[in-house]
Ligand binder design. Structure first.
Ligand code: HAM
Length: 419
């Protein structure tokens, strides 16, 4: 038997409904913020991620699915959504004033060659948000409000908290990196990754899973913020408190992707069941990325959430986002002649946006009613010789157990009125 690749999932039946409910709920929230959808390819040039996420990041150095096409060009399955959107913005000149600010959301699979475990997959889905063209503290605050709206809409707002940090920018960043490097070089027992990071990307040592405890006394990033950045961070924190999210300042939060500048954040699930995979939404400002990928100087901020992790949390807390999955009508034809009439009836109903199921398996009347119940059918009709002769039909309402006789020619209107 051929099996699915490790770290991937088949999503069907109840699970696929959960995905749909979750996506629809979150997309509805994002639309209230006036975001529009963007779709980009699932594979991109490898160079895009090397130059954005960063060569020394785990994602680029260890986790990408890489391949050459038939002409020897080097591609990867996208490991994340931000760099492709910036590429698309530059390529399609979406930085022209008429498009700005560009407020986008996306939904789709990402691929990382990680060790699979609960909440960690090799193919996983992200819902992401990117807002390009605004460098306002109010936009930063609105992003936090968006996190609040999302967690409220999916009913997990009391079970999460937000870690915030502010990455030093500009000249101050260089000064901080010098200080941090001075602190780091004194250790002679660091992990192999940190030994490389000290020289190539010292900030990333701060959240190293192995050496984490050694760096408790590392110089604090917030002490190196410029006056402007410090004031901005304070403003964000004060506004964030008012929003109602539980906020922690986490001085050692640095994020695993290199493009961030300024505000960064990770929304964590507080209960332990997801273990080390407790980060469900993460993001921040990335004001240099558009420029770094040869575009104009355009500020940006965004975040992405892991859909699988959210689904696990909903399951664990028995949260049902409950979009209506029942059908409007189940029809049963008792003879071949009745089936011909049935086919006409259900085509008309479906053309009028009525959700209908019927039986082609020649089930008994009893098992058809059972099937209708399983599908949460709101109504059932049975078509036999009598219905063909009188051209009338009885709608059996399964919820309040009433019966209404209508002309077959009026069925569509009757069903529309009852929806
Ligand atoms: P990220 O932190 O790499 O950020 O991923 C965002 C979220 O995707 C994580 O918090 C997690 O919920 C989910 N995730 C990541 N890897 C996996 C995995 N292997 N299995 C399941 N879920 C996973 C980004 O990707 C940035 N592009 C976010 C961003 C957007 N920053 C600015 N704009």
């Amino acid at each position: 038997m051929i099996q699915k690749p490790r770290g991937t999932q088949d999503i069907f039946e109840i699970k696929s409904k959960q995905y749909n409910d979750l996506e629809n709920t979150i997309i509805n929230v994002l639309k209230t913020y006036n975001l529009n959808e963007i779709r980009t390819p699932i594979f991109e040039a490898k160079e895009l991620f090397v130059r954005s996420v960063g060569e020394t990041s785990d994602v680029v150095s260890k986790e990408m699915y890489e391949f050459f096409d038939k002409k020897g060009r080097e591609f990867v399955l996208r490991p994340e959504g931000t760099a492709p959107i910036v590429r698309s913005l530059i390529e399609n000149k979406l930085y022209a004033p008429e498009f700005l600010p560009l407020k986008l959301y996306y939904v789709g699979p990402m691929f990382r060659y990680e060790r699979p475990q609960t909440g960690r997959y090799r193919q996983f889905e992200q819902i992401g948000v990117e807002i390009l063209g605004v460098d306002s503290v109010y936009q930063d605050i609105e992003i936090l409000a968006m996190l609040d709206s999302i967690t409220k809409a999916i009913k997990i707002d009391t079970k999460v908290e937000l870690d915030l940090n502010y990455l030093v920018t500009g000249k101050q960043r260089e000064i901080y990196i010098k200080e941090l490097t001075k602190f780091l070089v004194d250790f002679d027992d660091l992990c192999d990754d940190c030994e490389v990071r000290i020289h190539k990307n010292p900030l990333r040592t701060l959240d190293c899973k192995i050496d984490f405890n050694k760096f408790k006394t590392a110089p604090k990033m917030t002490s190196f913020l410029s006056k402007e950045d410090e004031a901005r961070f304070q403003q964000i924190l004060e506004a964030g408190k008012k929003i109602g999210l539980k906020i922690n300042i986490n001085q050692r939060l640095v994020r695993g992707l290199d493009y961030y500048t300024g505000l960064i954040f990770e929304l964590k699930y507080l209960e332990s069941s997801l273990g080390s995979q407790s980060t469900i939404i993460a993001g921040g400002r990335y004001n240099n990325l558009v420029k770094d990928l040869d575009g104009p100087d355009l500020p940006a901020i965004g975040f992405a959430m892991g859909v699988e992790r959210l689904i696990l949390i909903l399951e664990e807390n028995q949260i049902n986002l409950n979009h209506d999955h029942g059908i409007d009508l189940y029809t049963i034809a008792l003879s071949p002649e009745a089936m011909i009439l049935n086919l006409e009836i259900i085509r008309d109903l479906r053309n009028n946006n009525i959700k209908v199921e019927t039986d082609y398996l020649n089930r008994s009347l009893k098992s058809n009613f059972k099937q209708a119940e399983k599908l949460q059918a709101k109504n059932v009709i049975v078509i036999g010789d009598n219905e063909i002769e009188t051209q009338k039909i009885v709608i059996k309402n399964q919820i309040n157990k009433t019966q209404t006789e209508v002309k077959i020619s009026d069925l569509v209107e009757e069903m529309k009125a009852g929806k």
